[in-house]
Design a protein around this ligand. Structure first.
Ligand code: FPP
Length: 242
């Protein structure tokens, strides 16, 4: 059992990898994998609150994903827009508050509009905080926060908590999102790919073979169970005697 028990809900981050390989293994196009991946997002969002997850951050598009073929990027962008428009009402019903983290200045204005609309209509959701990372780079987010710190009133009060409050959406929301408790990456690769580097300082890492389109409530429950079995020491020594 985990030694340092948490009474509040947990923050889970997921690197949703393997859409392309999932599709190629079936003789389909990579974009078909992304479409199926979007369905997996819906299933996971529905299952998350029942597993004690109160914040869920999904890596949908990294700042480096712009380097993919233009047609794949265009499909992903139109998938995001489509789902933001069609899923918002359902998210409101489920009490899900959606926010999008990452840069917006390189997104199509129509997508930015859909993001703002979805954020506005879901704002009162108190069951699950869903954060979608789009055009996101953790290193860029840290550099941005450092810039904000440099032009702030005083560096003398700078510490981890203050700095965390300067990261991304925390600036607009006036509160920092809790650190990541569990980071899951699907698709079998074992790397962080510039995702939540600050917030993952003490996250438990879980790399699973399953491709993202095949990930669902059962796999999520397994991941959370594995997390709850880990001993989180946060750098301390746990007294075994007692
Ligand atoms: C990584 O798989 C996946 C992405 C870059 C895109 C993730 C997007 C989705 C799951 C769709 C999300 C939709 C909404 C509405 C949030 P990959 O293409 O790198 O797969 P591969 O490693 O097998 O090539």
């Amino acid at each position: 059992m985990s030694t340092l028990k948490r009474t509040s809900g947990i923050h889970v981050g997921i690197i949703m990898d393997g859409n392309g390989r999932w599709a190629e293994a079936r003789g389909q196009r990579r974009v078909d994998g992304h479409r199926e991946g979007a369905r997996a997002v819906r299933r996971v969002v529905q299952a998350a609150p029942g597993l004690g997850i109160t914040t869920l951050t999904l890596y949908a598009f990294s700042a480096d994903n712009w380097l993919r073929p233009a047609s794949e990027v265009a499909t992903l962008m139109s998938l995001f827009r489509h789902h933001l428009r069609t899923e918002s009402a359902g998210l409101v019903e489920q009490g899900v508050r959606l926010t999008v983290i990452g840069r917006r200045d390189r997104l199509h204005p129509a997508l930015v509009h859909s993001i703002q609309r979805a954020e506005t209509v879901t704002r009162a959701g108190g069951v699950l905080r869903l954060r979608l990372a789009v055009d996101y780079s953790a290193r860029d987010a840290i550099v941005q926060a450092a810039r904000r710190a440099a032009i702030g009133p005083s560096m003398a009060y700078m510490d981890r908590t203050v700095f965390a409050g300067l990261l991304g959406e925390a600036v607009n929301e006036g509160e920092a999102v809790r650190d990541l408790d569990l980071l899951v990456r699907t698709g079998g690769e074992q790397r962080l790919s510039d995702f939540l580097l600050w917030e993952a300082a003490y996250a438990e890492l879980l790399f699973v073979q399953v491709m993202w389109p095949d990930f669902g409530p059962v796999e999520l429950a397994r991941a959370v169970a594995e997390y709850r079995n880990r001993e989180r020491r946060f750098g301390r020594v746990i007294d075994q005697a007692g």
